[in-house]
Design a protein around this ligand. Structure first.
Ligand code: BGC
Length: 250
C-alpha cells in the first residue's frame, strides 16, 4: 500500500491525514489545527510541521491543497489568506521549509480530483462542477473527466461584492443566516454559475456538504446536486492524488 501525507490548508482550519492512494481513503484520523487569521508562511509552516510529527511522517512526498489560484506551483491569488503568498513558488517554499518534496494544488481542484478518481464523478461524461463551500467558495470544473484548473467561480462579481461573500458557509456563519435564508442565497448563486458553465452535475463539498438535507429543498438547479462522496476529506485525498501523479511524471 502506498501512503502519502496530504494537507488541506483552509482559511480557518488546516487538516492533514495519510492517504491510501490505491483506495483513495484516509488511513489515519484527519487532524485539524486552527489556521490563524490572515495566515502567512511563518504561520503555516509550523502547523504543517506539527501535523507531520503527529502523523509520524518522516519520509516521502507531500500533497498540499491551498486556497488560491496555483499555476505551476506559484500562488496567483489570495482572497482569504495572506497577500504575501501572491507570486511565491509554493512548491519551492514548502519543499525547502518542510524538507519533503511538496506539490501544491488549488484546494477545490484537489477535492474535485478526489471525487473524479475515487468518488462521485467517476464515469461522469459531461460537464461536472464541484463546489467546496467553506470560508470561501472553491470551484473545480471537469469536462468528460478532464480538469480545467483554477476556475474561480467564488470570485465572480455579485451584488455588492463576489459570490463567496454571500453564499459560502463562512457567509452563513458570519451573517448568522437561517438554513432557509442561506439556501435561498445559495440557490441564486448556483443559478448564476449554471448560466456561466452549464454543468450536467453539481457536487458539493466542504463541511456543510454533510448537512445537505437541511438546505437542499431551497435549491432549484436544473441539474442534479449530490454531496461529495468524501465530504470534507476530499481536499486531503485529492491533494495526495495530485502529488503522487505529478511526482511520478517528474
Ligand atoms: C479562493 C479559491 C479557493 C476557495 C476555497 C477562494 O477564496 O479564491 O482559490 O479554492 O476560496 O478555499
Amino acid at each position: 500500500m502506498k501512503e502519502i501525507f496530504a494537507v488541506d490548508v483552509g482559511a480557518t482550519g488546516t487538516k492533514a491525514a495519510l492517504v491510501d492512494l490505491e483506495k483513495g481513503t484516509l488511513t489515519t484520523e484527519r487532524i485539524k489545527y486552527a489556521t490563524p487569521e490572515n495566515a502567512g508562511p511563518t504561520d503555516l509552516v509550523p502547523i504543517i510541521k506539527q501535523l507531520l510529527a503527529d502523523l509520524n511522517y518522516t519520509e516521502g512526498i507531500i500533497g498540499i491543497g491551498f486556497p488560491s489560484i496555483i499555476k505551476n506551483g506559484v500562488c496567483r491569488s489570495a482572497t482569504n489568506i495572506n497577500k504575501t503568498f501572491i507570486g511565491q513558488d509554493l512548491n519551492r517554499l514548502f519543499t525547502q521549509s518542510l524538507g519533503h518534496p511538496c506539490y501544491c494544488v488549488n484546494d477545490a481542484d484537489a477535492a474535485g480530483m478526489a471525487e473524479l478518481h475515487y468518488g462521485n464523478i467517476q464515469n461522469a461524461s459531461g460537464t461536472v462542477l464541484m463546489l467546496t463551500l467553506g470560508t470561501g467558495i472553491g470551484s473545480a470544473l471537469f469536462r468528460k473527466g478532464v480538469l480545467l484548473p483554477n476556475v474561480e467561480l467564488g470570485l465572480l462579481r455579485y451584488k455588492k461584492g463576489i459570490t463567496e461573500e454571500y453564499a459560502s458557509n463562512g457567509a452563513r456563519k458570519r451573517k448568522e443566516l437561517s438554513w432557509e435564508d442561506w439556501g435561498t442565497e445559495l440557490n441564486a448563486v448556483l443559478a448564476y454559475y449554471e448560466k456561466i458553465v452549464s454543468p450536467d452535475l453539481i457536487i458539493l463539498g466542504g463541511g456543510v456538504s454533510k448537512k445537505l438535507e437541511k438546505y437542499k429543498k431551497y435549491l432549484e438547479t436544473t441539474v442534479p446536486i449530490v454531496p461529495a462522496k468524501h465530504l470534507n476529506a476530499a481536499g486531503v485525498i485529492g491533494a495526495a492524488y495530485y502529488a503522487n501523479t505529478v511526482a511520478n511524471k517528474s
